[in-house]
Unconditional design. Structure first.
Length: 484
């Protein structure tokens, strides 16, 4: 059918009245269409259910038609199948055995150097027999450093099946003082045919988090030894809780502790030499039924760190409870029978028994007022602190500071000895306020605490939340220490 042409008559459009104009016929058809549409709308309004049923019936017819067509699809099980077979070549057993026999097996063993070691004894203990390698360890200037200096160097030796050395890697503390504790020296010796080469390099130590727990039976250090916790960490724990617990007098059998601390590794291997231990990060100590908690926190703004309780109160006080990490009190601040004068008199200090050479540290910040010899005291150091307070360290075998020198809390002053009026190696320690002798233990307990800055409290709470989870895990470990 052609479209209507409104600008001219259409001979293809019939009319009931031949004499009626074509435009009038079109208008009539439009009016009839409108009337029909109005009738349909009126029917739908009067009979909605009838209309709905009609539509559903129509859709059902389409569904039945689709259902009838679906079974005409082919059955997948009846489709033709084809099997493909491909041959794979496999090496013969003889060829595999020949290749395995040609493979050079390397055996690696880890050892630590001993003070009595020779090149031959070290290689033998590591499972190698190689006179050429032993000769190189004796002759080469770099290779000789394997057995020079302090013992305890970490040695990893790789040898072939015949016992010939292929490679030796030795790790020991960094040689530069400023890098010790943060870096290590790696000495590598390699075989190239009939000759050996040696080289050294410095690399940073890596920190790894470890957990530990234990119970007190006899002493703190015996308990940490049972839990394989390094002595340096045990010493830090004593410092952490020194303001809460007198470890010389108040420790009880059955007390328990849980700690989170760092261990340092060199190329992934735990560091075994002195000074190779990281920092104590957090701890809980239950003493006589009361639990104390603390965490190490470093203020990013000031760069200074200290131990704080979980409530934000500092564990670090103006004065440490003890001038030595490892010691025992042999005579307190009280009347005693003097071992030399053979008379009863007031002992105006505290004596700490320890081997000669044990480090002595300052209990607080201050300046050296006197460092030298004093009759009776022998080698002695006097340190002036704020508030007209003075501490005295006597009978030293060695003095490591000078008069007028500024020192910080925990800094080494000298070493335990038996100079002056002493019957054996020990440290005589005094605390004076305005020239008057006071009990050092009481002063340390009563000294003012270092406060946490307000701007650091949000960062501190995040640190506490992190270590609480780790301490919960550590509590489940009975007398053991393990890396995280």
């Amino acid at each position: 059918m052609r479209p209507f042409a409104w600008n001219r008559p259409s001979r293809d459009c019939p009319s009931d009245n031949p004499g009626m104009p074509r435009v009038t016929v079109v208008q009539r058809h439009l009016q009839q269409f409108k009337n029909a549409l109005s009738s349909a709308e009126s029917f739908a309004a009067r009979h909605p259910r009838t209309l709905t049923a009609s539509v559903v019936s129509l859709l059902s017819c389409f569904a039945v038609t689709a259902f009838g067509i679906a079974p005409l699809a082919p059955d997948a099980a009846a489709l033709p199948k084809r099997t493909l077979v491909e041959m794979l070549d496999t090496p013969s057993i003889e060829a595999q055995l020949d290749e395995l026999a040609a493979h050079r097996i390397g055996l690696t063993r880890a050892e630590a150097t001993r003070s009595s070691d020779t090149p031959d004894s070290l290689l033998k203990r590591a499972g190698a027999f190689d006179p050429a390698a032993a000769a190189f360890l004796r002759a080469d200037p770099l290779a000789r450093r394997v057995l020079q200096g302090r013992a305890g160097k970490m040695v990893h030796l790789t040898a072939d099946a015949a016992g010939q050395v292929q490679k030796i890697v030795v790790r020991f503390p960094a040689e530069k003082v400023e890098q010790q504790g943060s870096h290590f020296t790696r000495l590598t010796i390699e075989r190239d045919g009939a000759r050996f080469t040696a080289r050294t390099e410095t690399a940073p130590l890596q920190a790894q988090v470890a957990l530990g727990s234990g119970g007190i039976r006899t002493s703190l250090f015996a308990a940490t030894d049972d839990a394989n916790i390094p002595d340096a960490i045990a010493s830090q724990m004593a410092d952490m809780f020194s303001g809460d617990i007198d470890f010389h007098r108040e420790l009880r059998k059955g007390d328990r502790f849980s700690i989170v601390y760092e261990t340092l590794t060199a190329d992934g291997e735990p560091v075994t030499w002195d000074g190779g231990t990281g920092r104590l990060l957090a701890g809980e100590f239950t003493n006589n039924g009361r639990t104390y908690s603390a965490v190490w926190f470093k203020d990013n703004a000031s760069g200074k760190g200290s131990f704080y309780g979980f409530d934000g109160q500092s564990k670090r006080r103006a004065f440490l409870a003890s001038p030595m990490e490892f010691s025992r009190i042999t005579s307190g601040f009280a009347m005693r029978f003097h071992p030399i004068l053979n008379t009863w008199r007031q002992h105006n200090g505290t004596d700490y028994g320890a081997p000669t050479g044990t480090a002595v540290r300052s209990v607080g910040d201050g300046s050296v007022e006197m460092a030298g010899w004093q009759n009776g005291f022998g080698n002695v150091v006097h340190v002036r602190h704020s508030g007209d307070r003075t501490t005295v360290y006597a009978h030293l075998s060695k003095i490591d500071v000078k008069k007028g020198q500024r020192i910080e809390q925990g800094q080494r002053l000298g070493a335990v000895g038996s100079t002056g009026w002493a019957t054996g190696p020990h440290l005589h320690f005094e605390f004076r306020v305005g020239g008057r002798h006071m009990d050092p233990r009481v002063i340390a307990r009563a000294s003012e605490a270092i406060t946490l800055p307000n701007y650091a409290k949000a960062q501190f709470q995040q640190t506490v939340a992190s270590v609480k989870t780790q301490l919960s895990v550590a509590e489940t470990m009975d007398g053991v220490s393990a890396a995280d």
